[in-house]
Every structure is written in structure tokens, then in C-alpha cells.
Design a protein around this ligand. Structure first.
Ligand code: PGA
Length: 259
């Protein structure tokens, strides 16, 4: 991989414009030298426009946490890709486990969004990952390969794809993991899954599959970022909790430079 991609997924943790703008300003100023890494922030939808203005002219890109597959229509409560493009989004997260498990999105629906996003020149960050129960049943490979197969059905152009491998049990999300002790993947666990993803991408896209960044996500933080990011096939991170403040996000971006 030539370039690393580090994303900040703010989820619904900063719902106010004022707090999002303040943190975005801090990030833009602290991250201005890190031009070798593709960095993006996915704030709450209602703050995209204001945060987008702060990111303009900076090396930090704007991302959306979700979108609908149709451009317009009678879809109450949904967000159109046209709205994302209007405010300057360049990336969109699709298939995040919180969307899949809490809001019931399935692979076919995610695939329709993937195709809409790629057709309209957005970079997709396709999130995949198995639950603790699936892993314990020895189904990790089967689950993530099926998610890849269905979500990327009919996709031809691999240039606009980033994969985020996020084992559900590692995501710092109590609603996703009731009664489970949340922990980051160990380095060998992450390596094993990322190798499976890489092999699948090569079998699907040929040698171009080697150029698709595979981010790790799930409790990534300063203490584990450097070791994870120094592994083959771990080409970045999708960061939730540790991305909410520049003090905890910066060391992860710096870990790319030194790994
Ligand atoms: P986390 O979230 O870093 O808080 O575990 C990652 C994600 O859900 O993308």
C-alpha cells in the first residue's frame, strides 16, 4: 500500500455544531503537516456543512457517516448523496456495524448505496466485521467474505474503495455489544482477518486489489495504533472514541509516520 487512511468517526457523539466546529478547528491546525496520510472526519449530518467550511483548504477531508441509495424521493428521515456533495463530502461510510445491527441495514441495501456513491465519485469506506458469536462459531472468514461479496456486487472501479475491517466485539459501542467485554483485536487476530480481506480483494479485483486500503477499526488508540499500523495489510484506522479529541487522535495519525 502506498498511502494510509485514518478516519475519525464521530458517530452521534458531537451532535452540536459549536462543539464539532471547535474540534475540527483544532484538528485542522494540529494535522496540517501530515500530508502523507489521507485523513477524514465524519461528523454528525447536521454539522457537515459547518465542519466542511473549516476543512476547506486543509489536508483533512469531509466524510459522511451514511447516505441513502436514491438521490431524491419520499424517504422520510434519510440523507441524499446530493446533500453530501453539496457540502463537500468526499467520503462516505457505508455498512457500519451500528447501521447493520441497530438499524437493520442488510448487504443488498448497502450494495445499492455503494453503487450510488461510486457512480457519483464519492470514496466509499465499506465497513465489515463479524460478531463475537460468529467468531466463536468459527465463522469469521465466511461472514466477512459474504459481506464483501454482497456489498461490492457489480462494483467495477476499485479506485474509490476503502475497506474498514471492524470486528463488532472490538467496537466501543455498548448498544452493539450488550453484556460483552469490549476489547481491541490483538495484532495476530487483526493480521489474520486483514489477510483474508486482502486475498478476497485480489481474487475479485486482481492486482488492483493490492491498492485498496484496509483500515482496522475497533478500540484503536494510541497504545495499540503503532503496532497495528506497522503490519502488512493494515493500511489505516477507522477511529471512534479516540477520534473525538485531537489529543487522542493525533497520536494515531503520528503512529502512521513512525510505523
Ligand atoms: P471505536 O469505534 O474506535 O470507538 O471502537 C470504531 C468505529 O465504530 O468505527
Amino acid at each position: 500500500m502506498e498511502r494510509y487512511a485514518i478516519g475519525a468517526n464521530w458517530k452521534m457523539q458531537k451532535p452540536l455544531i459549536s462543539e464539532s466546529v471547535l474540534e475540527a478547528e483544532r484538528m485542522v491546525s494540529a494535522l496540517s503537516e501530515y500530508n502523507d496520510v489521507d485523513i477524514f472526519i465524519a461528523p454528525s449530518h447536521n454539522t457537515l456543512s459547518a465542519v466542511g467550511k473549516i476543512l476547506e483548504e486543509s489536508n483533512v477531508r469531509l466524510a459522511s457517516q451514511n447516505m441513502h441509495d436514491a438521490k431524491r424521493g419520499a424517504f422520510t428521515g434519510e440523507v441524499s448523496i446530493e446533500a453530501l456533495l453539496e457540502v463537500g463530502c468526499e467520503y462516505v461510510l457505508l455498512g457500519h456495524s451500528e447501521r447493520r445491527r441497530i438499524f437493520g441495514e442488510d448487504d443488498n441495501y448497502i450494495n445499492r448505496k455503494v453503487l450510488t456513491a461510486i457512480d457519483n465519485d464519492l470514496q466509499i469506506v465499506l465497513c465489515i466485521g463479524e460478531t463475537a458469536a460468529e467468531r466463536n462459531q468459527g465463522k469469521m472468514k465466511e461472514v466477512i467474505e459474504k459481506q464483501l461479496e454482497l456489498s461490492l456486487c457489480d462494483v467495477i472501479n476499485s479506485d474509490q474503495i476503502i475497506i474498514a475491517y471492524e470486528p463488532v466485539w472490538a467496537i466501543n459501542s455498548p448498544a452493539l455489544n450488550p453484556g460483552i467485554e469490549i476489547r481491541p483485536a490483538t495484532v495476530p487476530e487483526a493480521i489474520q482477518s486483514h489477510e483474508i480481506v486482502r486475498s478476497w480483494l485480489i481474487s475479485r479485483f486482481g492486482q488492483r486489489g493490492n491498492n485498496i486500503p484496509i483500515q482496522y477499526g475497533g478500540s484503536m488508540k494510541e497504545s495499540n495504533a503503532k503496532e497495528l499500523l506497522s503490519q502488512d495489510n493494515i493500511d489505516g484506522g477507522l477511529v471512534g472514541g479516540a477520534s473525538l479529541k485531537i489529543d487522542t487522535f493525533l497520536p494515531i495519525v503520528q503512529a502512521v509516520q513512525v510505523s
